[in-house]
Design a protein around this ligand. Structure first.
Ligand code: GUN
Length: 286
């Protein structure tokens, strides 16, 4: 079987580093990094994600500001809250959990966040910075994928990387990060014709399609690294539910390395959010 690359272990290491940085900022400059998290409505998965983000922030010493708004909140009200947080010196990072209720334009909301406090890296200014070579805040899940790859890939230059999924949150930014490292990157998605034959050429596969067990064992080149971003709750015939990745985990016997689901990319996303909050706090208070 392939080696299992435990994201939870790598994330814990990153969280220890963040804890030390928080402590140093407090001791040397009296700055306590602050993260505002906004949740609109009652989407159950979002509730879980937000709870985890807040708990981890607290654990590493980041001050968090939780804003829970009812599902019927209007766009103007949310924009007014963001404007207040943009000018609040105690807040260094602002995260609006997606998806938003349909009466609110996510684009408008993300555009309203101060790019220097945009710890999700979704503001067009940060998207632009990423596509022109960096300097901005980078989306957390793609950053987590790259940190996992850095654990096991010693040379990226010239390697064949295939990204499955074209979302703004994962697929597109991770493709740009791999390109920055000089991989030859192919971006595919669930409508790609003969996806299997494209994946078979890849040394690195990042799958973020939200399609359980999409990547089969015989699609994977021997020795390839598979980063599985997918996480879908599946109910089996006996009524039990479990979390399933986008790669068929039990078929990954000739991959070199795979990330598990759960315990792979998920914990890295949260750790990178905390890392981005420190980066934003350092830049804003320099
Ligand atoms: N919803 C799903 N993934 C994310 C994420 O990374 N950030 C935010 N804000 N919302 C999400």
């Amino acid at each position: 079987m392939a080696d299992i690359l435990r994201g939870d272990v790598v994330a814990q290491r990153l969280c220890h580093r963040v804890t030390a940085q928080v402590e140093r900022m407090r001791a040397e400059r009296g700055v306590v990094p602050g993260l505002a998290v906004i949740l609109v409505g009652e989407d159950p998965p979002s509730e879980v994600y937000v709870r985890r983000k807040l708990a981890k922030a607290k654990q590493v010493g980041i001050r968090s500001f939780e804003h829970r708004l009812p599902a019927e909140t209007g766009e103007a009200e949310l924009l007014a809250l963001i404007a207040r947080l943009n000018s609040d010196a105690a807040v260094h990072g602002i995260l609006v959990q997606l998806p938003l209720p349909e009466q609110i334009s996510a684009d408008k909301v993300l555009n309203a966040i101060d790019p220097d406090k945009d710890v999700d890296g979704f503001h067009p200014v940060n998207v632009g910075r990423l596509s022109t070579g960096g300097g901005g805040l980078v989306p957390c899940t793609p950053l987590g994928c790259m940190m996992l790859l850095d654990e096991v890939v010693s040379e990226f230059r010239g390697r064949q990387a295939v990204v499955i999924g074209k979302s703004n949150i994962v697929g597109k930014p991770v493709a740009l990060l791999l390109l920055e490292r000089e991989c030859t990157v192919t971006v595919t998605h669930i409508h790609t014709v003969d996806l299997a034959s494209i994946v078979r050429k890849a040394d690195i596969v990042v799958v973020a399609a939200g399609a359980p067990r999409l990547v089969r064992g015989d699609w994977v080149k021997p020795g390839a690294v598979v980063i599985d971003v997918g996480i879908t709750r599946v109910t089996s015939e006996d009524g039990r539910t479990r979390l399933v990745g986008d790669a068929a985990a039990d078929e990954m016997d000739h991959a070199g390395v795979v990330t598990p689901v759960p315990g792979g990319v998920g914990p890295m996303t949260i750790a990178c959010l905390l890392g981005n909050t420190i980066k934003a706090a350092q830049a804003l208070t320099a």
